[in-house]
Write a protein that binds this ligand. Structure first.
Ligand code: IPE
Ligand code: IPE
Ligand code: MG
Length: 248
């Protein structure tokens, strides 16, 4: 248990929080605005959330920003989402770096415009040695695609006699995923009232506490995150064992 200096409540801080940032479109539609306005407002919520997570002492924050299934959206919306990512990295990378945040990107590079890819690589390279917090951007990410790519890597290694098939276990699979070296998420939050994973971190979410909140992503703020942390603190994590003594 830890007492957070920012708040007077006591909770167990999750080391890694994943967020499925959903509901931008509905937020805009409710205001009779085009969906792009919702995505813009979503970026503001994202920035606030990165700050709040740091203040709460969350070490790893993974944000689902574009899924491998989001390619099925209209071309115009996809271009807008890419434009927002470009803008975010160009405008905010220096500040992330100044705040000692390490950026990691998970997802496939396939299909991404080369300038977007370059920006993502630049963000990772610039911030590689930062250690205040790890911000994982899941962009062009889908868990099934990630697992399939990992299987291909492993199959190649077996074929080249670098490893034997007997060595394949869950640790080896984890070590070939995009999230290699990142602890599994303790808590996954999804906004907008939808209750599904939509292909987010399916391997890594095995024992994540899932928290579904009704607010739309642009409405998410520090106090919503704080509510989620309280709910997380009330959960009993058992990992297949017996209830842990929480009195430690
Ligand atoms: C989440 O908001 C952002 C992305 C998936 C990129 P949506 O765009 O899915 O918003 P809704 O679900 O249509 O309201
Ligand atoms: C999940 O939201 C993907 C992201 C938040 C990037 P979606 O809006 O794409 O998911 P579905 O289609 O409702 O399952
Ligand atoms: Mg959605």
């Amino acid at each position: 248990m830890s007492q957070n200096p920012e708040n007077d409540f006591v909770y167990t801080t999750p080391r890694h929080v994943g967020i499925i940032m959903d509901g931008n479109g509905r937020w805009a539609q409710r205001r009779m605005l085009p969906r792009s306005h919702g995505h813009k407002a979503g970026v503001d919520a994202l920035k606030k959330t990165v700050r709040a997570a740091r203040e709460f002492g969350i070490e790893y924050l993974t944000l689902f920003s574009f899924s491998s299934e989001n390619w099925s959206r209209p071309e115009g919306e996809i271009s807008e989402l890419f434009a927002l990512l470009r803008l975010f990295i160009r405008r905010d990378l220096a500040e992330l770096h100044k705040n000692n945040i390490c950026v990691r990107v998970i997802g496939s590079s396939e299909g991404l415009p080369s300038d977007v890819l370059n920006l993502l690589v630049e963000a990772e390279n610039l911030t590689r040695n930062n250690d205040a917090q790890v911000l994982v951007i899941a962009f062009n990410y889908g868990a099934r695609d990630e697992i399939a790519r990992a299987m291909k890597l492993i199959a190649k290694k077996v074929k080249n006699d670098e490893i034997s098939s007997d060595e394949i276990d869950s640790q080896l699979i984890s070590d070939h995923l995009d999230t290699k070296g990142i602890p599994d998420p303790d808590m996954i939050i999804r906004t907008s009232g939808e209750k599904r994973l939509s292909n987010f971190l399916m391997w890594q979410a095995t024992y994540s506490e899932l928290i579904f909140v009704d607010c739309l992503w642009p409405e998410f703020d520090k106090s919503t995150l704080s509510d989620c942390l309280v709910e997380y603190g009330n959960r009993n994590r058992k990992f297949g064992g017996l209830v842990k003594d929480t009195a430690s």
